[in-house]
Design a protein. Structure first.
Length: 494
């Protein structure tokens, strides 16, 4: 089978359940943006921004190291045992420290009355970190369906508990206060507690259930650490830790800084508005995530083939075509997509195209990352990520006081753009891949140009607007087909 066709199939297997699950998860966006006030939603987002940063620290690049050494050692159980044992020790130590100092941590992040949030989120982190290597092993062994099934269960469980605690329980307590069912519910639902707490409780239950589903696979392999292998994996992984840490800071630092750089009376509301718009842009990130799930094992397993670099080049071109279509699909039908979020949060829609293009840069950067992962030059990944983090930090500090969340969006744009350019230049020196730069630019610029054309007319009818925008998408498809018809026909027929 053509390797690109195989990769597309794997991306679909990983991606369709993930995307369907995330679409279901988007039920929570209209829920949160209608149930919570802007500042309340801002608290939820801020807490999860902290979680994203700590998750990277707690996994410290071991997931990528697992892929690398699992492939080198032909999926030897020793690699799994060493990496999982390492995470078990460090995660257990982390949880112990959090339980001892939860109140101090809550005061440090300026939520002194919510040490309970700190404990719940640390348990979520514990379950998710210990699930990372088992999930990676499923990917390495090409058990995509099992991987996808567990991911969907996680998302569906989280949604179910959110709907139960945030909608059903308050409704029963309000309308049927004397019923036996309500009496039972009151054993574990406190009407006086903020509903924000139940967002975290729902996530905790979902992460715990997912961990239990993976536990039988974990227990089949004896956990122990091979000191020699551990040293090799850490040398490979630690630069990835810094790269991952800087990368997640690039995505979350702006939201954290909004909370602390804007006046206190508007900070959390601005964070809530910005984060709701970010949720729309994350529709692009869903495809990128699905692609990464499939591409990372593919990069390593296909590296020995003679045509590897040529295949990697084609991967980038078709990836740009796909994300460009997603960009057009969101922006040309934004009037429909924006209904995902409550009306109070829609004022932040102006940052959506900025964030979408930023994510396009990030996706292309992930494609380029093959060069430093295959050449064991992961230090360059760390350096590029930290360069991006420096840009994120400086621009957010300068722009947020003047422009609010719009400044944060431009900082994200500049950060991912810089990382993409740096990776491209270093790739040419260390592991040249024959990317068709002119076609990549053509497809990217055509998508941006068609979006700009779409906003020029002042339509009196939504029907006419959508018809015109559909025509623009067909124009893009025609441009791609004209340039790629021979390769696409060959790809489809193989």
């Amino acid at each position: 089978m053509n390797p690109l066709k195989k990769l597309a199939g794997q991306t679909a297997v990983y991606g369709i359940p993930s995307i369907v699950g995330r679409i279901l998860n988007y039920l929570l966006v209209p829920l949160y943006t209608r149930v919570f006030e802007q500042d309340e939603y801002g608290i939820v987002i801020l807490m999860y921004s902290f979680v994203a940063v700590v998750f990277i620290i707690l996994t410290y690049g071991m997931e990528t190291a697992f892929f690398r050494y699992s492939e080198l050692q032909k999926h030897n159980n020793n690699v799994y045992s060493t990496s999982q044992s390492s995470l078990l020790i460090t995660t257990g130590s982390f949880l112990l420290l959090v339980f001892l100092f939860a109140s101090d941590i809550a005061r440090w992040i300026e939520y002194p009355n919510h040490s309970d949030y700190v404990v719940w989120l640390s348990l979520i982190l514990g379950f998710d970190v210990l699930s990372a290597i088992p999930f990676a092993r499923l990917r390495a062994l090409n058990k995509a369906l099992k991987f996808a099934a567990f991911k969907v269960i996680n998302i569906a469980t989280n949604i179910g508990f959110n709907l139960f605690f945030i909608l059903l329980c308050p409704w029963l307590v309000k309308n049927f206060p004397e019923s036996d069912l309500t009496g039972f519910i009151l054993l574990f639902f406190d009407p006086g507690r903020s509903l924000i707490a139940y967002v975290f409780i729902s996530n905790l239950l979902a992460s715990g259930i997912t961990f239990l589903l993976l536990l039988p696979d974990m227990l089949r392999i004896r956990l122990r650490i091979d000191p020699v292998l551990m040293k090799q994996m850490l040398i490979y992984a630690l630069p990835m830790l810094f790269a991952g840490l800087a990368g997640v800071m690039n995505e979350t630092l702006g939201r954290i800084m909004l909370r602390y750089l804007l006046p206190e009376d508007i900070a959390e509301a601005q964070l809530g508005i910005y984060s709701a718009s970010y949720k729309v842009a994350i529709l692009m990130a869903l495809f990128i995530q699905a692609f990464r799930y499939a591409a990372e094992p593919f990069f390593f397993s296909y590296a020995r083939e003679k045509d590897a670099r040529s295949v990697y080049a084609d991967m980038m071109k078709y990836f740009v075509i796909a994300i460009s279509l997603i960009f057009l699909g969101i922006m040309l039908y934004l009037d429909v997509v924006i209904l995902l979020i409550g009306s109070r949060f829609r004022e932040g829609a102006e940052v959506i195209p900025i964030l979408l293009v930023a994510y396009m840069f990030l996706g292309m950067y992930y494609n380029l990352s093959v060069w430093f992962k295959l050449t064991n030059n992961t230090k360059y990944g760390a350096m590029m990520a930290f360069a991006g983090a420096a840009v994120t930090l400086v621009l957010n500090y300068l722009l947020i006081p003047e422009m609010g969340y719009v400044g944060s969006a431009w900082a994200t744009f500049a950060c991912f753009g810089l990382m993409l350019v740096l990776s491209w230049l270093l790739m040419l020196r260390h592991y040249p891949i024959p990317y068709n730069i002119w076609k990549i630019i053509l497809y990217f610029v055509t998508a941006i140009a068609l979006f700009r054309v779409s906003i020029l007319p002042d339509w009196s009818s939504q029907a006419y607007k959508f018809a015109f925008n559909t025509l623009l998408i067909l124009v893009y498809v025609a441009v791609v087909w004209y340039n790629e018809r021979k390769k696409l026909k060959k790809l489809l027929n193989n």
